[in-house]
Design a protein around this ligand. Structure first.
Ligand SMILES: Cc1cc2nc3c(=O)[nH]c(=O)nc-3n(C[C@H](O)[C@H](O)[C@H](O)COP(=O)(O)OP(=O)(O)OC[C@H]3O[C@@H](n4cnc5c(N)ncnc54)[C@H](O)[C@@H]3O)c2cc1C
Length: 383
């Protein structure tokens, strides 16, 4: 029977292993992290005090998958079609699927080795152990993960400052007014912000900026992005990540790559929805039903320190017609971008209840701008 070896038991690898097993294939799932696969997206719950078991995903063994946790693959011998593990095993395969994801990026700063990261259950345990109520903490990075880490540390009683290199928060998902709404919400929860901030070094007790300012820090978390983990891709075509075709095949027909370690048509995904879609397409192809990966519509539904935030498509693209409603008193903002009257991007901040309505308009003409921006009730009344 065809043997599929899936390397990496994150969301992409676990979903691919399950889908292969459901197709009747023999599957081994090898993951470097200990224990059952878990829901990485919900790590914030454990930072907030929930038991790690709330994140556990169903045991792959229930589908007959041979799961090897706490096992790191160190090398692929692609000629012999086998994977070598750190504990000395050699696992033969017919098809290997690389699902090794990303590692949090340790910024090359003096003292960065002392900073904590926010990517795994182990990282969260380290953050909880280091957080002392009333003591100062610094989070470097004002993207989604940095803000989630900062809000979690504030909930643990730390006095938190966020340093962000860009002029506004979450600049990839939000435009400036939406980010201002988010910042006000977080400031009301006693978080402080320094931005744009140029960090020079992490020292015992402080983070030092390039202008010499010292920000007290009993604990520092680095959340400045991720780097695809492509250590096993020796000899395969790689750019930023492992290059795959529309069927998620690498330059070796017996090796697939999915999730954050894969690069498809120049794009490396950083969200879970495309990683899962890749997993499904690769499994179907391996099972003999060649299936093209369809890139899902890029939308993100997030809750940051209790504030709903939703973004869709292109955010503030050059040359697009903007429409916005900024209700600072209610802590709500909605922004839309049109090209030739058609919706190309949207942001809802503070209230994302209408996200389904707007998602359905992506690429479509919006008609009456004011009624559209006010939401479905006004839009129907105006029609
Ligand atoms: C705190 C947090 C919150 C997030 N929130 C959201 C969100 O709200 N929405 C969203 O869409 N996305 C979110 N993400 C991003 C999302 O988690 C990732 O997009 C997703 O995890 C990518 O899945 P993956 O399987 O490709 O990689 P990963 O999750 O990185 O999994 C890769 C796995 O492979 C293992 N591995 C690596 N090398 C080896 C090896 N040599 N041998 C064996 N195993 C190996 C790793 O240990 C890891 O367990 C969040 C991420 C974090 C950290």
């Amino acid at each position: 029977m065809t043997h599929v070896l899936v390397i990496g038991a994150g969301p992409a690898g676990t979903r691919c292993a399950e889908a292969c097993a459901e197709q009747g294939l023999r599957v081994t799932l090898v993951g470097a992290e200990p224990g059952l696969p878990y829901d990485r997206v919900a790590l914030g719950k454990v930072l907030g005090g929930a038991e790690p078991s709330v994140l556990a995903m169903p045991d792959p063994a229930r589908l007959g998958i041979h799961h090897l946790p706490a096992t790191r693959v160190t090398r692929l011998d692609r000629l012999a079609r086998r994977a070598m593990t750190a504990d000395g095993q050699a696992i033969a395969y017919d098809h290997a699927v690389l699902a090794t994801g990303s590692d949090a990026w340790r910024l090359p700063l003096p003292g960065a080795e002392h900073a904590l990261m926010y990517r795994t259950l182990e990282d969260v345990a380290a953050m909880r152990a280091a957080a002392i109520p009333g003591e100062p903490a610094v989070v470097i990075g004002g993207g989604l993960l940095g803000l989630e880490a900062a809000a979690g540390l504030a909930d643990l009683g730390c006095d938190v400052t966020v340093l962000h290199a860009m002029p506004w928060l979450m600049e990839r998902q939000l435009d400036a007014p939406a980010a201002a709404t988010l910042r006000r919400h977080l400031e009301a929860r006693r978080l402080r912000f320094v931005m744009p901030a140029a960090t020079a070094a992490i020292e015992p007790g402080a983070v030092v900026l390039k202008d010499g300012t010292r920000i007290p820090a009993r604990l520092t978390v680095l959340a400045v992005g991720v780097r695809p983990n492509i250590a096993l891709a020796e000899g395969l075509v790689t750019k930023r990540a492992i290059v795959v075709d529309d069927h998620l095949r690498t330059s070796d027909t017996h090796v697939f790559a999915i999730g954050e370690c894969a690069e498809h048509r120049g794009q490396v995904c950083g969200l879970v929805a495309p990683a899962l879609a890749m997993a499904e397409a690769a499994a179907a192809t391996i099972a003999g039903r060649p299936t093209r990966y369809q890139v899902p519509t890029l939308s993100a539904t997030l809750k940051i320190a209790g504030l709903p935030v939703w973004s869709l498509g292109e955010i503030a693209p050059e040359g697009a017609e903007p429409i916005s409603i900024d209700d600072a008193a209610f802590g709500e903002y909605r922004g839309f971008w049109l090209r030739e009257g058609r919706l190309v991007g949207a942001v809802l901040c503070g209230d994302a209840a209408d996200s389904g309505f707007y998602q359905g308009f992506l690429g479509a003409e919006v008609g009456d701008r004011a009624a559209f921006a006010l939401g479905p009730a006004f839009f129907k009344a105006a029609a």
